[in-house]
Write a protein that binds this ligand. Sequence first.
Ligand code: NAG
Ligand code: NAG
Ligand code: NAG
Ligand code: NAG
Ligand code: NAG
Ligand code: NAG
Ligand code: NAG
Ligand code: NAG
Ligand code: NAG
Ligand code: NAG
Length: 452
Amino acid sequence: MHPSLLLLLLLSLPLILPLAASSPPTHHSHFTNHRLHRRHSAAPPQEYIEVTRPLPVDSLTLSCNLSVLSHSFGNTINLPPTNDTYSPPRNCTWTHAVLQLSAASNGSQYDRISGVWLAGAEILRTSTPEPTPDGIFWNVRKDVTKYSSLLRQSNLTLSVMLENIVNDVYTGVYRVNLTFFYYYNATNGTAATNAVNFPLSQFSPNRKSTKLKNSMELNENPADLIIPLSASGEEGFWFNIKSELDAIYHGIQIPLNTYRAVIEVYVSFHGNDEFWYTNPPDSYIETNNLPTKRGHGAYREVQVKLDNNVIGSVIPFPVIFSGGINPLFWDPIVSIGAFDLPSYEIELTPFLGMLLDAKTHYFGLGVADAIPFWLVDANLHLWLDDEADKVQAGPIKYSDPSTCVEREYRFYQLDGKFEIEGERESEYSGWVNSSAGNLTTYVSYKLEFKTR
Ligand SMILES: *[C@@H]1O[C@H](CO)[C@@H](O)[C@H](O)[C@H]1NC(C)=O
Ligand SMILES: *[C@@H]1O[C@H](CO)[C@@H](O)[C@H](O)[C@H]1NC(C)=O
Ligand SMILES: *[C@@H]1O[C@H](CO)[C@@H](O)[C@H](O)[C@H]1NC(C)=O
Ligand SMILES: *[C@@H]1O[C@H](CO)[C@@H](O)[C@H](O)[C@H]1NC(C)=O
Ligand SMILES: *[C@@H]1O[C@H](CO)[C@@H](O)[C@H](O)[C@H]1NC(C)=O
Ligand SMILES: *[C@@H]1O[C@H](CO)[C@@H](O)[C@H](O)[C@H]1NC(C)=O
Ligand SMILES: *[C@@H]1O[C@H](CO)[C@@H](O)[C@H](O)[C@H]1NC(C)=O
Ligand SMILES: *[C@@H]1O[C@H](CO)[C@@H](O)[C@H](O)[C@H]1NC(C)=O
Ligand SMILES: *[C@@H]1O[C@H](CO)[C@@H](O)[C@H](O)[C@H]1NC(C)=O
Ligand SMILES: *[C@@H]1O[C@H](CO)[C@@H](O)[C@H](O)[C@H]1NC(C)=O
């Protein structure tokens, strides 16, 4: 059997740069909603929404819910994340889980970046809209079924980071509640329960065959083990990447019965790189003596490395936070991804031949061409063969990714044209002989980028 996996990533971002003298790249690209808001005083709080597809779990029966954290994020700058203890609800049979973040704020405040981690593994990256004196509120609902192996464990640390500054001018405090909702898919599938008197086998008569039928979608076939590649927690679990040289390495020894591996990368871009996809080249800034530090061109690539070789890369979707460009664009409908920033999955199964040697391997994260700053971390999702202590794996093809990034900058004083075209192609395959049989996984990526 040769199930093949073909991942094709095509990204094309046509952008027009403001080059007129009247609109040099602004030093401060953030504005607050405060003075712009147009409602009469004493208006009811405004709800903000992100337009999303309905969650697949909406068709399922709600089994139970669990309120975990309720916190007001006031002047939290430079403070460690807020923690709570997580244990799954007792006597609850569930197959799917949803994390809901309900938040409200009033006053004047900038948009803020925020993250939620369970035992150091990120489960949500989100950003806040900007409040008004009348108040705003919003709800984020995310299917977190892919983190089931963590969600079934007791006494884990649940952490939320939301760095905010409150003073006489910026008065907005973010009030946040987190709730987990657990759903049960009554149609046959694997299920688990935390009740002792509920026989597991009733729901998973044959785990092996269920697994084989399952899709590659992480939420439909959650991993058995999740290992975070994250920071220690004092300053949040994300790594703050300020330049291309800030490479992060984590030594991990994976279990010998791993038959599938995927790395999931969380990323957001801030400071001088918040609008990296519009940054002009340094030569343009220098020639024109512009005061901006938002340079280094308009190409960034988040790279995943294994023992120092790039094995996957991502050009992140340009999520615009609600204070970005013009806050009125995002009032009350925020931009795509602002409440639930996308994470990026890279299939590592073809590399199991290298990883299953009972040795520590180094997983790395970095951002090519980065300027301050990027918040990056990752989760390693591993599927384990419960009928074998050890599986065998071997390579078939590891070709070095072919990369080419072409830059063409033509300008005279402030007028000109910048073009960047990038392409990365890679192909990997490898076999894994587990109790499910000898399976070969093919992965091929093609990344295309064009900005002008
Ligand atoms: C519920 O399980 C059935 C059978 O496995 C599957 O077809 C369906 O997609 C599942 N529903 C959800 C929301 O996952
Ligand atoms: C959550 O569960 C409690 C009982 O445990 C129930 O009173 C409440 O209505 C539930 N909330 C939702 C949103 O389902
Ligand atoms: C779980 O449910 C069973 C039967 O419904 C009940 O006997 C038991 O006391 C419950 N356990 C807890 C911890 O609520
Ligand atoms: C958070 O939960 C508390 C207690 O249920 C509730 O009073 C409050 O309104 C909630 N806040 C938000 C922002 O949902
Ligand atoms: C709204 O903000 C004002 C100060 O800006 C504060 O006095 C008031 O208590 C806030 N209301 C709520 C519901 O937090
Ligand atoms: C969780 O921690 C509490 C208090 O520290 C302890 O009583 C309980 O036994 C722990 N539960 C598990 C499953 O470790
Ligand atoms: C669901 O499981 C039951 C036994 O638990 C079985 O009799 C039935 O055929 C299964 N249905 C499907 C659609 O697989
Ligand atoms: C929350 O947990 C992290 C990781 O254990 C720790 O570094 C941080 O200090 C804790 N936060 C607080 C407020 O204690
Ligand atoms: C493949 O794996 C199975 C289960 O671990 C094992 O019994 C079998 O001998 C392996 N096949 C080969 C050719 O090594
Ligand atoms: C598994 O299949 C691959 C490719 O077909 C083959 O090269 C490899 O030797 C097989 N492994 C085992 C243990 O049979």
